[in-house]
Design a binder for this molecule. Structure first.
Ligand code: NAI
Ligand code: OAA
Length: 329
């Protein structure tokens, strides 16, 4: 099996550490590079390097180590940035995380412009457009290789659907597209398209609405349960490891279908949108349309457009304002 070099940026954090452990266990990873501003990061690398899997693992700390960490990478996964506390929206993280993602993607543009880039840092609805603008400004943007990681929404939807289906299906056998974006009402699970077909047929319309709301609010459910101690980390690491496995299978020549937030023409007026995409060796080779929606889903789609467009525009404006400030300095 071909091995790949994978970097985790933000590797010392709540998501970064368990994600790095899961990647150390992935036989498709030959070299694992961990980067963080936290001084513990080389130590996290040493710790993981003792796991008896074939890959090597090295930790890099501090800004001067970013380019050495990234050079030669095939896949870069970014969970760097601050998480929410109760009462905050994901957009409340913009002011800190936008600048972090910008700096890290500038490093990618220099050191590994052909890598697949998977962004976890919130607000994903804005940080992915920021990454795209930075890659464009550096002349290395390939829209097929940039992904916002929305896999946790799908993981939750699978789990919650299986709970509602009263044991007739296992969570891992549920197929459910979750489209739109990754914040509140912009997360749109298409329960009408669930497979196996009919596993939710006993649900009333009120049940479908409640299940939709639970999937949309699941991140907040964790933030409140952790009561100021952060947001989802372990389930996110699990979801990101699944997405990474799909990316590495795609890089190996397989064709894999995943939901992801990508550069898209699926919904008019929204340049980024999450939907099912076909991953192959060059990235998102096909972005699938939405298929038939129920009236409730159609209404949800109509409702999410303004918020998602605002988040995309905010990301683009951040990069142009930063470029303007740089030019006039
Ligand atoms: N896309 C999704 O579904 C999800 C996204 N998230 C987001 O993931 C992000 C990380 O969450 P946690 O791991 O819980 O936070 P955390 O605070 O535990 O870890 C973040 C790490 O990023 C590092 N960091 C900060 N600035 C950095 C920089 N300039 N370069 C490199 N590393 C830097 C920190 O030192 C820390 O180790 C948050 O923005 C959170 O909202 C969280 C869960 C799900
Ligand atoms: O809710 C948060 O802030 C973290 C996140 O994106 C999620 O768990 O879906």
């Amino acid at each position: 099996m071909k091995g790949f070099q994978v970097a985790v940026l933000g590797a010392a954090g709540g998501i970064g550490q368990p994600l790095s452990l899961l990647l150390k266990l992935n036989a498709r990873v030959s070299k694992l590079h961990l980067y963080d501003v936290a001084p513990i990061t080389p130590g996290v690398g040493v710790d993981l390097s003792h796991c008896d899997t074939s890959s090597t693992c090295v930790g890099f700390a501090g800004q001067d180590a970013l380019i050495p960490c990234l050079t030669g990478c095939d896949l870069v996964i970014i969970p760097a940035g601050v998480p929410r506390k109760p009462g905050m929206t994901r957009d409340d993280l913009f002011n800190i995380n936008a600048g972090i993602v910008k700096t890290l993607v500038e490093g990618i543009a220099k050191a590994c412009p052909n890598a697949f880039v998977a962004i976890i840092s919130n607000p994903v609805n804005s940080t992915v457009p920021i990454a795209a603008e930075i890659l464009k400004a550096n002349g290395v943007y390939d829209k097929r290789r940039l992904f916002g990681v929305t896999t946790l929404d799908v993981v939750r939807a699978r789990r919650f659907v299986a709970e509602k289906a009263n044991g007739v299906v296992r969570p891992e056998d549920v197929d459910i597209p979750v489209v739109g974006g990754h914040a509140g009402k912009t997360i749109l699970p298409l329960l009408s398209q669930v497979a196996p077909a009919g596993c939710l047929s006993q649900l009333s319309q009120a049940d479908v609405q409640a299940l939709t709301a639970r999937i949309q609010d699941a991140g907040t459910e964790v933030v409140e349960a952790k009561a100021g101690g952060g947001s989802a980390t372990l389930s996110m690491a699990y979801a990101a490891a699944q997405f990474a496995e799909s990316c590495l299978r795609a890089l190996s020549g397989e064709s894999v279908v995943e939901c992801a937030y990508v550069d898209s023409t699926v919904v008019e007026g929204l340049n980024f949108f999450a939907s099912k995409v076909k991953l192959g060796p060059t990235g998102a080779e096909e972005v699938f349309g939405l298929g038939p929606l129920s009236p409730f889903e159609q209404e949800g789609l109509t409702q999410l457009k303004a918020e998602l467009k605002g988040s995309i525009d905010k990301g683009v404006a951040f990069v142009s304002a930063a470029a303007g400030a740089h030019a006039s300095a």
